[in-house]
Design a protein around this ligand. Structure first.
Ligand SMILES: Nc1ncnc2c1ncn2[C@@H]1O[C@H](COP(=O)(O)OP(=O)(O)OP(=O)(O)O)[C@@H](O)[C@H]1O
Ligand SMILES: O=P(O)(O)OC[C@H]1O[C@H](OP(=O)(O)OP(=O)(O)O)[C@H](O)[C@@H]1O
Ligand SMILES: [Mg+2]
Length: 284
């Protein structure tokens, strides 16, 4: 099984980090290497440009890919499936034009020029709007093009909005909302190994923002403590060795945001020896 992941740029680090946290430790990867083995002898990592990854997967060079949804849409292939939203690399593809110009609406672009790194997604957007502007493909610094009379508007990525603001561009419409996904070629999407990888990645996302809470509770106070523990399916209750049946251990998965308040509440309800730990993975 081969997974294509971004070789550089902003998606590289978080992708590697996610694979590591999912237990797919990379064994012999080195800077500038194009592939690497993992702890799982059946899983190899290929390093490719974020924009090329959908193509790699569709063509069979890789079986799985991790890249932005925007890139997958731009590749216009029906051979890849979106398996899992990995919840990072969140951004929007937007149509934007100079704040001080006369383009204020999608309809104003009839007969005009739009510059973008995403010509296919852009064409589809304008097709849906029933408008046919000229589309000029660029490979970066798209925000510059309206200021040098190359284009009347752009379709480009924005997240914080800083780049648009700095270049005096205003958003006219959203074209696509994107984040990084795990993709698979359609003929391997149901493969057990693919499912295994999907479960491993998903378990990292499920653990995000969760904490594991452990405490000892006198058996008489168990109901009071149980009442104040929020979250996931109720706590696990176990007898404490040598506790002579008077105390039980209570374990629970709690939302990180609830931990502070919960500790005070369980303590007031009679719990002691309270431990809070991080959770690496949570397979639901
Ligand atoms: N500003 C941003 N905020 C969040 N996600 C972004 C942003 N810019 C790009 N992305 C996401 O990252 C993907 C890769 O971006 P891009 O192709 O620009 O690579 P890069 O990280 O800039 O590296 P390089 O251009 O050097 O290959 C985009 O397709 C998009 O999904
Ligand atoms: O809304 P913002 O937070 O300002 O982000 C938007 C910018 O981020 C991306 O560029 P990137 O930094 O990846 O540079 P690049 O053009 O070299 O890819 C994108 O192409 C925008 O220019
Ligand atoms: Mg970029």
């Amino acid at each position: 099984m081969r997974i294509a992941v971004p070789n550089k740029g902003r998606l590289h680090e978080p992708t590697i980090d996610l694979l590591e946290r999912a237990g797919l430790h990379i064994e012999n990867g080195a800077d500038r290497k194009l592939y690497a083995e993992t702890v799982d002898p059946d899983v190899t990592i290929l390093f490719a440009r974020a924009a090329d990854i959908p193509e790699y997967v569709a063509d069979g060079a890789a079986d799985l890919g991790i890249t932005g949804l925007d890139q997958a849409r731009e590749a216009q292939t029906d051979r890849i499936e979106e398996l899992l939203d990995l919840e990072f690399g969140r951004c929007r593809l937007v149509l934007a034009s100079p704040e001080d110009g006369d383009i204020d609406a999608v309809a104003d672009l009839a007969g005009k020029t739009v510059a973008t790194e995403f010509p296919n997604v852009t064409r589809e957007f304008f097709d849906d709007a029933g408008i046919e502007p000229d589309i000029v493909e660029v490979t970066g610094a798209t925000e510059l093009t309206p200021h040098v009379e190359m284009a009347d508007a752009i379709v480009d990525i924005t997240s914080t909005g800083t780049t648009l603001r700095m270049n005096n561009l205003g958003v006219i419409a959203e074209v696509l909302s994107s984040s990084v996904y795990l993709f698979a070629r359609d003929d391997v999407a149901d493969d057990p190994k693919v499912q295994e990888i999907q479960t491993a990645l998903s378990s990292v996302l499920s653990a995000d923002g969760k904490r594991y809470l452990m405490m000892n509770v006198p058996r008489d106070e168990l109901e009071d403590v149980r009442d104040v523990i929020p979250g996931l399916g109720g706590p696990t209750v176990m007898d404490v060795a040598n506790g002579e049946g008077e105390k039980v251990a209570v374990h629970a998965v709690v939302d990180e945001r609830d931990v502070f308040e919960t500790i005070t509440e369980v303590k007031n309800a009679g719990a002691s020896d309270i431990l809070v730990t991080e959770i690496e993975r949570l397979v639901e």
